[in-house]
Design a binder for this molecule. Structure first.
Ligand SMILES: [Fe+2]
Ligand SMILES: [Fe+2]
Length: 252
C-alpha cells in the first residue's frame, strides 16, 4: 500500500506546483492513494468547493484540513456531504463535517484521520482521546493520521501514543518540513511536519515584508499569499507494507 501525502497546499502557487510536479511524482512512486492537506488552498485561508474540485481533478483523492477549516463558509455543506474532505476530529460534534474517512483499495480499508493539536491552537477536545475513539470504532487495515499541530512535542507524543496502532502519523501546520522522518519502534511511520506546498521565498507562504512588519510593529496585518516564483512542494512517500517513509522536497 503506497501513499503520497502532500503538505499544506497554499493558494494558487501551491495548486500550480502540484499540477506541474504531481505527474512526475506519480510516475516515480506509483502510489495507490494521494492525500493532501488543503487548509490553505484558497488564497491561504481555508478551502472552497471549487478549489476542492480543482485539487480532486489534479489527482488528489483525500483532502485533510486544520485550524483554517472554517475560513470559507461555502465549504461547510461540502464538509457534510463529501466524504473525501476530513476536518480535525476533535472539534465538537456540533461542528459540520467529520474527522475521518475510509478508502477501499484492493479489498483493504485505509482509514485517514485528521486531528488538531491544542498547543497554540484552539481549545478543542483531547486529540489523543479523539483518535483513540475512532480507532476503537472503525474497522481498518491501514490508518494514516494527519496530526495538525504547532508543537513538535505534541506531534511526537501522538506518534508514540499511536505507535503500532496506525500505519503513519504525519504532522502538518508549521509549513516547514522537519528532518526527523523515521519508523517508530512498533512500526508506525512518523514525521513531525511534512512541510508546505506553495511559494518558496515568503514566510510560510505569506509575503515576507508583511510578516516582518507585523513582528516589529506588533500591529494587525493582512496576510497575502506570495505569488512570485520560485515555488516549493513538500510531501512524503509512504510504503505502508514495507515500512518506508521518504520525504519529498522539490524547490524550483
Ligand atoms: Fe497550514
Ligand atoms: Fe494550520
Amino acid at each position: 500500500m503506497k501513499v503520497i501525502f502532500i503538505g499544506d497546499i497554499v493558494g494558487s502557487p501551491g495548486r500550480d506546483i502540484v499540477e506541474e510536479h504531481l505527474p512526475l511524482i506519480i510516475e516515480k512512486y506509483n502510489p495507490d492513494l494521494i492525500v493532501a492537506n488543503g487548509e490553505n488552498a484558497a488564497g491561504g485561508k481555508g478551502l472552497t468547493p471549487k478549489i476542492a474540485d480543482e485539487l480532486f481533478e489534479l489527482g488528489i483523492e483525500i483532502i485533510t484540513m486544520g485550524n483554517h477549516v472554517w475560513d470559507k463558509k461555502e465549504l461547510y455543506p461540502m464538509l457534510e456531504s463529501d466524504l473525501r474532505i476530513v476536518r480535525p476530529a476533535n472539534y465538537p460534534d456540533a461542528a459540520p463535517g467529520k474527522g475521518y474517512t475510509t478508502v477501499k483499495i484492493d479489498g483493504k480499508n485505509l482509514l485517514i484521520i485528521n486531528v488538531s493539536g491544542l498547543v497554540y491552537l484552539d481549545n478543542l477536545n483531547c486529540p489523543f482521546k479523539a483518535v483513540e475513539e475512532i480507532l476503537n470504532n472503525v474497522t481498518y487495515d491501514y490508518a494514516i493520521v494527519d496530526m495538525h499541530g504547532e508543537a513538535t512535542s505534541e506531534k511526537l507524543a501522538m506518534g508514540w501514543f499511536l505507535d503500532g496502532k496506525v500505519s503513519a502519523v504525519l504532522g502538518t501546520h508549521t509549513h516547514v518540513q522537519t528532518a526527523d522522518h523515521r519508523v517508530l519502534k512498533e512500526g508506525t511511520l512518523y514525521i513531525t511536519d511534512v512541510g508546505m506546498t506553495g511559494p518558496y521565498d515568503g514566510i510560510i507562504g505569506v509575503e515576507k515584508e508583511v510578516v516582518i512588519d507585523k513582528f516589529i510593529s506588533k500591529m494587525p496585518a493582512r496576510f497575502t499569499v506570495l505569488t512570485d516564483r520560485p515555488y516549493q512542494l513538500n510531501a512524503v512517500f509512504l510504503d505502508l507494507n514495507e515500512k518506508i517513509i521518504t520525504p519529498i522536497r522539490i524547490v524550483e
